[in-house]
Every structure is written in structure tokens, then in C-alpha cells.
Design a protein around this ligand. Structure first.
Ligand code: AMP
Ligand code: MG
Length: 418
């Protein structure tokens, strides 16, 4: 059977990122956080824009003060005071200085700043008590960034640091990738929606809500298509609609080997190419991944279809492990699609049958600055969703590994970190 890493490679290979011409929209900087930059940004401004002072102190000519000490201080005449935001009026001549403040423009003639702690002022004179280094505490024009070079590359997620850079570079509007559209539906005759009374044998369709939340958190836009009966005609109708409107389609249920699991058959009847039917993962083994012949040869790439298994734990695990990397690649992010694993200590004994790559849900706790994985209490049966609450990590036991002792190291996938 297909290993998890082979399945991941196949899936990422199938994903075509959004187009950097067609699939973009312009947004205001104030609403741009968490969006993906679609075009590289260059600025016509140097950073810093001018030579300026990195300290509160005195702007001096280095040659005037190079031999200064507490015993033999250089004595300079203060000819000007330059707060931040003001343009200096004078040129510093030999024997002169300007009082200067952090961020203020350096006056012509001066090349060095003496911090005020190393100087003693007496009216309009200042005694320099220590020799500075040449050009000390001067932030030179363009020393952080040169106008016209690349400021930010395309394909990065905009968080607070990038937003700050863009604001400083006076970019009030930006081209970002549009949000990927992800169509979601649930399959099963036993399913009812949250607001319907339950009859014997029925269960609530929790997957649709879980997947919608995961999709939204990934930066994509969920399109909810509801509950579909285990009925080939209804399934064909919803799949045909979904692939026409979405970049990615996610269904849950109906991909196993039961008599009522129709999803793969319908995909085949719609001429889909099924790339994956099962993966060596627990929970989540019956996983379908398919692509379709392109619906519109000019504008659209084939949507990617994920048929996730029905049980709620398998839905979460397979989304985090396989769907999220696909959404990230599709969204235009240029790197870091794959999940990052941490090595941490396990608080609990962890067991697997050794036949599948096994994912156990639980919580990372910080204990004296070191992460420790605590397995969720209660049953890890794939049919149990109650103990999934508060999960922030999945412990991973590779194929062949049947036991991890308490205090032993384990690989975990940390959730919700991006
Ligand atoms: P299936 O993959 O269709 O055989 O479903 C496997 C298990 O998951 C069954 O016990 C279903 O009742 C349950 N299940 C399927 N779909 C959902 C859903 N949308 N929400 C919650 N549980 C589901
Ligand atoms: Mg079913």
C-alpha cells in the first residue's frame, strides 16, 4: 500500500499553484494580513531614507574627537539642536557640534555621533569624555535597503512584520492571490444537519463543520454543498457541480469498500483519474485523491478531489496531513507546504499495530520550557470524536513502531502554527 510520504509527494505534484496574473486581487494593506503576496515588491525609497542618528547625543566630526578622554576631553561648541523630523540648517565646522536625537537627520559636516552618556554639557559647550569609533551611531542612507532592489518576494504570507515593511515603503494597496475555493460536502444516508431531530440510527454531520473550519483557517474559502445521500445520481450531480466551481473538492464518507461507498465509482464514471485509493495511515486509510479532465481548457486547471473517509478523527488527520499542504501550495505560497515535525518527549505510553503510520491525537504542554506530548484520554478509536477537543498536536508512530515508552522521544505534528 502507498506510504504516507509517497502519498504526500503524489498530492503535491498534482497541485498547480494559482496563477500570478489571473488569480490575483488588490487589497488594502489594513486587510492584507494572512494573504499571500502575488507580485514581488520593490520600493523607490532607500532605507534609511537619509543618514540619521541612532542615539540621543552629539553629531561631531570624528577628527575633532578621536583623542578625547575624561582627562583630556575635546570641547565643542553646540551650534544647533536637531530633533527627529527637522532639517538641520548648519554645516558642522571644526570645533563645532549639533545636539541630535534618535532618528534625526545628520547635519552636513558631521560623520559620527557621540552618545549623550559619554558627554557633559555646559551651556552651549559640550565636553566629549570618550573617543567614539569613526562613524559610530550613524545609520547611513540605504544601509538597510537600496531603492529599486527587491523588498519582498512573491509567494510569502503577509504577517505583521511584512505589513510593517510594506507600510514603511508606502504601499497602501497590494496584489495578493485570491483565496482558493474549496467545495465541501458530506455523504451518508445516516447523516442529518445540526438543527434536525435525530431518528434512531442517524448521526449529525459534524465533518462538514470541521472541514469548513479547517479550510477557513488555511486561508481558503469554503463553499458548503451540504449532505448528499448514498445515491449515485445525487452524488454525480453534486460532484459535477463541485468541480465546476472549486479549486479543490473535499467530500467525507463513502470511499471505503462497503456496498454504499459510491464515491470512487462516480469519479470513474466522470472520467476522473484516481491517483490514490488508500494510504498506509491510521486513521485515514481509505483516502481517494483524483483529478478531472480540465473543464475549460483556457482558464482553469483541473480541480483536485479529496475523498476523505467518513469517521471524524480520520477527517481531521487526513486534512492536516494531506489536504492542508495541498491548499498551501495552491494558494501561491512558494515554500513550507509540508507539515513540520518536532521531536518531543512523550508523557504517555503510545501504541500502534505497527502496520500503518499511526497518528495519535493529544496536547503539547510546555514544561520548564520543553514541550511534552500528552495523549488525549479516552478511546483512540476512529469512531470517537469527543476526545478530539483541545487537540494541538498529533504524535506519529512510523510503520513498524509498535510502542513508545513514557519519557521516550516521539515525532509530533504541531497543529495551528501557520
Ligand atoms: P464511511 O466512510 O461513509 O463508511 O463512514 C465511516 C463512519 O464515519 C461511519 O460511522 C459514519 O457514520 C461516520 N461519518 C460519515 N460521515 C460523517 C459526517 N459527515 N459526520 C460525522 N460522521 C460521519
Ligand atoms: Mg458512509
Amino acid at each position: 500500500m502507498l506510504s504516507v510520504s509517497d502519498a504526500q509527494a503524489i498530492i503535491l505534484n498534482l497541485v498547480q499553484p494559482l496563477d500570478n496574473q489571473r488569480d490575483i486581487e488588490v487589497v488594502n494593506l489594513l486587510t492584507a494580513d494572512s494573504r499571500i503576496l502575488a507580485t514581488p515588491v520593490t520600493s523607490p525609497l532607500d532605507f534609511p531614507h537619509w543618514d540619521n542618528s541612532a542615539m540621543d547625543g552629539y553629531a561631531v566630526r570624528y577628527e575633532d574627537v578621536q583623542h578625547s578622554s575624561a582627562e583630556k576631553p575635546a570641547v565643542l561648541e553646540i551650534v544647533e539642536e536637531i530633533p527627529a523630523g527637522y532639517q538641520p540648517q548648519s554645516t558642522i565646522q571644526p570645533g563645532q557640534t549639533a545636539r541630535i536625537f534618535t532618528g534625526a537627520l545628520m547635519p552636513a559636516g558631521a560623520d559620527t555621533v557621540v552618545m549623550q552618556e559619554k558627554a557633559r554639557r555646559e551651556e552651549n559647550r559640550v565636553f566629549i569624555l570618550d573617543a567614539p569609533k569613526p562613524q559610530e551611531f550613524v545609520r547611513h542612507k540605504a544601509c538597510f535597503y537600496q531603492a529599486g532592489t527587491q523588498l519582498l518576494p512573491a509567494g510569502i504570507k503577509l504577517n505583521a512584520p511584512e505589513i510593517a515593511v510594506l507600510a514603511a515603503a508606502q504601499c497602501p494597496q497590494l496584489a495578493v492571490y485570491r483565496r482558493p475555493r474549496v467545495a465541501i460536502f458530506s455523504t451518508g444516508d445516516e447523516l442529518v444537519s445540526v438543527d434536525q431531530p435525530l431518528q434512531a440510527g442517524q448521526i449529525v454531520d459534524s465533518n462538514q463543520y470541521a472541514i469548513a473550519a479547517l479550510v477557513r483557517q488555511s486561508g481558503a474559502e469554503p463553499v458548503i454543498l451540504g449532505i448528499v445521500k448514498d445515491d449515485p445520481v445525487a452524488l454525480e450531480k453534486v460532484i459535477t457541480h463541485a468541480i465546476a466551481i472549486a479549486d479543490i473538492v473535499i467530500s467525507s464518507g463513502g470511499v471505503s469498500v462497503g456496498d454504499y461507498d459510491y464515491v470512487d465509482k462516480i469519479l470513474e464514471s466522470l472520467k476522473a483519474k484516481i491517483h490514490i485509493r488508500a494510504v498506509q495511515i491510521k486513521p485515514g486509510k481509505p483516502l481517494t485523491v483524483a483529478t478531472f479532465p480540465s473543464t475549460d481548457a483556457i482558464n482553469r486547471v483541473s480541480p483536485l478531489y479529496f475523498g476523505l473517509p467518513g469517521n471524524p478523527a480520520a477527517v481531521l488527520v487526513t486534512f492536516w496531513r494531506f489536504v492542508l499542504p495541498a491548499i498551501k501550495k495552491l494558494s501561491g505560497i512558494t515554500e513550507g507546504w509540508e507539515p513540520a515535525f518536532l521531536k518531543v518527549r512523550s508523557h504517555d505510553e503510545l501504541r500502534s499495530d505497527g502496520k500503518n503510520e499511526t497518528y495519535l491525537w493529544g496536547k503539547l504542554h510546555l514544561i520548564d520550557g520543553v514541550y511534552e506530548f500528552h495523549k488525549a484520554g479516552g478511546s483512540h478509536s476512529s469512531g470517537n470524536l469527543i476526545n478530539l477537543a483541545q487537540t494541538n498536536a498529533l504524535a506519529v508512530l512510523p510503520v513498524g513502531k509498535t510502542l513508545i515508552y513514557p519519557q521516550e522521544e516521539v515525532q509530533v505534528l504541531q497543529l495551528g502554527k501557520d
